[in-house]
Ligand binder design. Structure first.
Ligand SMILES: [Zn+2]
Length: 297
């Protein structure tokens, strides 16, 4: 049995941190079909080209993130119980992204109150981005690549401790809807998590997954992606077609650079990528997001 399939789209936020974006009318089969698009390893849109026509769904094939469906060996929650067999407090394999990519920009939303919960998320003790050394090195290559194209990377989230995922689950069960206008205006909160299973489980907790966007140095502003981080809706799908050609091009610029350097995309979030060859595929880390968690040099 695979209880954690993202059959109810938004539940993926809890399951994986790869929040699936489907309208409330989406059926499980629709959500499933969205998650089974043919994978590809080759970006189909060159990052420097300027689309002259509206993008089509054929222009992009969306690869399903490996974390969409957790392997059976992974800890998961069934009826509120979670196995912690794969948990680790050992941060020796982690680094601060700012030490690896000195010009990286940080907008750590779960440290701030501007996120779907409306409050600082538990476990975010400093507004820093921690990642496995391997993922950070790959992202450095992405940053080097995109800097030549006039961009810097802006990070929304990186390593996410288990306490934060627990916080999300608690929020799912309470009656707060303060941030609905900004993050899930199309959906009723009860629909988001009404699956019968609640998973305390995110690929971000394995330390090689990152949420990010592009910052345009020439404009001094974020690239227009035609949608915002953590928006629960189909417009967050990377291949959503009802965006402008420029917005689509920006999505592809980010996506193609990430794929060139070893990351896998998420079918439902243009901002979410995981290192394909992640170093800790079976480990869920629990140390807080803080420089204090890292080992002394
Ligand atoms: Zn993410």
């Amino acid at each position: 049995m695979k209880p954690l399939l993202c059959t109810l789209a938004a539940v993926c936020l809890l399951l994986t941190g790869c929040a699936a974006q489907q309208p409330s009318s989406a059926t499980p089969s629709e959500a499933a079909s969205a998650a089974t698009l043919a994978p590809t390893t080759t970006p189909t849109v060159a990052p420097t080209t300027t689309p002259t026509t509206a993008p089509t769904t054929a222009a992009i094939k969306t690869e399903v993130s490996a974390e969409t469906e957790p392997p059976a060996s992974k800890p998961f929650v069934l009826d509120g119980r979670r196995s912690d067999a794969g948990d680790s407090t050992d941060a020796t394999g982690f680094v601060s992204l700012s030490d690896v990519i000195p010009d990286v920009l940080l907008d750590i939303r779960y440290y701030s109150t501007y996120n779907f919960t409306g409050e600082r998320v538990r476990g975010y003790e400093e507004p820093v981005a921690l990642l496995s050394k391997e993922a950070a090195a790959a992202l450095r290559d992405v940053a080097d690549d995109l800097r030549e194209q006039g961009y810097r990377l802006k990070i929304y989230d990186a390593y996410r401790p288990q306490s934060a995922v627990d916080h999300f689950a608690e929020w799912a069960a309470n009656d707060d809807t303060s941030m609905k206008p900004y993050f899930y205006p199309e959906l009723d909160k009860s629909v988001l998590f009404d699956s019968g299973y609640i998973a305390y489980y995110s690929g971000h907790s394995r330390g090689s997954t990152v949420d990010l966007t592009l910052f345009e140095m020439a404009n001094g502003a974020d690239a227009d992606m035609g949608g915002t981080f953590d928006y629960f809706g189909v417009l967050s799908h990377p291949d959503y077609t009802d965006v402008t050609a420029r917005q689509y091009e920006n999505r592809m610029t980010l996506r193609n650079a990430m794929l060139r350097h070893g990351f896998s995309p998420c079918a439902t979030e243009w901002w979410h990528f995981s290192l394909s060859d992640e170093p800790y595929p079976d480990t869920y880390f629990t140390f807080p997001v803080s420089l204090r968690s890292l080992p002394d040099e």
